[in-house]
Design a protein around this ligand. Sequence first.
Ligand code: GTP
Length: 204
Amino acid sequence: MGDDILATFKILIIGESGVGKSSLMLRFVEDNFDADQSITIGVDFKTKIVNIDGVNVKLAIWDTAGQERFRTLTPSYYRDAQGAILVYDVTKKNTFQKLDLWLNELEIYGTRPSMAKMVVGNKIDQPNREMSRDDGFKFAKKHRTLFVETSAKTSEGVKSAFEEVVRKIMETDGLWDRNPRSDTVNLREEDRSQSFCSSFCSLL
Ligand SMILES: Nc1nc2c(ncn2[C@@H]2O[C@H](COP(=O)(O)OP(=O)(O)OP(=O)(O)O)[C@@H](O)[C@H]2O)c(=O)[nH]1
């Protein structure tokens, strides 16, 4: 395998304000954590190339604002996304209860019916849990989504959260297209000189 990138996947991170969406992206893309992570206004965007089971794919990760007043461009965030990570904070029950609304947004604005969805219970490093692992698991089972618990602070579960979404996208027919390969787009030198001669040299 070379450096070829098989495909580019658009993945959204959604959920209530303060659950750790930006922190999960920062941990996954830059392996970093900021205890004073600032609030997201509108949308933040990062790319990362990952190798999944020997195949390179490029991820375009869209970190959306949890706060309603910063969500003016919602439909364009969702357009063509192949995967979505729905985040709640295990120490805040209300963020878990809002997951239904976030799933509903995906239904309304998502343009790919078979989008891969992952529910993520974040901040498991904290001692004051309000939601158990089982609560998250049951929700995910009911809505047929993937599920994992994470800590953006310690990095536990973060890599799996993103990688499992990518695997799910890859195994879903019709959800993605291969990136055009450079050797099929550009004719090789010998082909080019041949086609030059067959269409032009014979006219001379
Ligand atoms: N202890 C702990 N704190 C976290 C974790 N993830 C995020 N935080 C903190 O929680 C706060 C909010 O995190 P953000 O990543 O800004 O949350 P967000 O969901 O992007 O928030 P919005 O931009 O408002 O939508 C910040 O102070 C983070 O440092 C975690 O796993 N553990």
